[in-house]
Design a binder for this molecule. Structure first.
Ligand code: 5GP
Length: 198
């Protein structure tokens, strides 16, 4: 069976990654979202085990010591990490995996899995990003400022990614991500047995 592909999706906080990815996953049956572990408290409406595995810092540190993370990083005062076991099992089962991770984690994954495909989701403008982050209403003003400062650094690193998708219209962003994933399955290297038979 063909292994699944690993897709890294990064983008500044507030750009709408979760909404875009939720819509994308509804239309790509063979793709699954990797649920990260985090030490940040759950926001209203977030479900443990669905949005994140919400864990105590001690539990997270145990996970690091046991090498349970494919990558992990600290972001605005909290830890976030990708569970290695889940990702490896799903890829082996032929499923595409989407990691919604920030740039330090993305760099770690690229190093370990150079065949991973990286996509950066950017806002249509800086002002719009600030508006969306504030409108969410679930972050404190101090947290918003920290996230905006971090967003600058992230956007400065966007050219290291394989693709850049602007989340202006949700439908358009989903269409572009879907097209990227489809195109990544149309590489000659994925058809080596067929090519070898020629
Ligand atoms: P939020 O607190 O807004 O849910 O996420 C903050 C940032 O952490 C986002 O940029 C998100 O992509 C990133 N993130 C979520 N899970 C992980 C993870 O497992 N590893 C890393 N490195 N970043 C993550």
């Amino acid at each position: 069976m063909k292994k699944g592909r690993l897709f890294i999706v990064s983008g500044p906080s507030g750009v709408g990654k979760s909404t875009v990815l939720r819509a994308l996953l509804e239309q790509r049956e063979n793709a699954r979202f990797s649920v990260s572990a985090t030490t940040r408290p759950a926001r209203e409406g977030e479900i443990d085990g669905v949005d994140y595995h919400f864990v105590a810092e001690e539990t997270f540190r145990d996970g690091i010591a046991r090498d349970e993370f494919l990558e992990y990083a600290e972001y605005v005062g909290h830890f976030y990490g990708t569970p290695k076991k889940f990702v490896e099992a799903a890829l082996d089962a032929g499923q595409d995996i989407i990691l919604d991770i920030e740039i330090q984690g993305a760099a770690q994954v690229e190093k370990r899995s150079p065949e991973a495909v990286s996509i950066f989701i950017g806002p249509p403008s800086w002002a719009e990003l600030e508006r969306r982050l504030t409108a969410r209403g679930t972050n404190t003003p101090e947290d918003i400022q920290r996230r905006l400062a971090r967003a600058k650094v992230e956007i400065q690193n966007a050219s290291a990614y394989d693709y850049f998708v602007v989340n202006g219209s949700l439908a358009e962003a989903v269409r572009e991500l879907d097209a990227i994933m489809t195109a990544e399955h149309c590489k000659p290297k994925d058809f080596l047995p067929l090519l070898a038979d020629a």
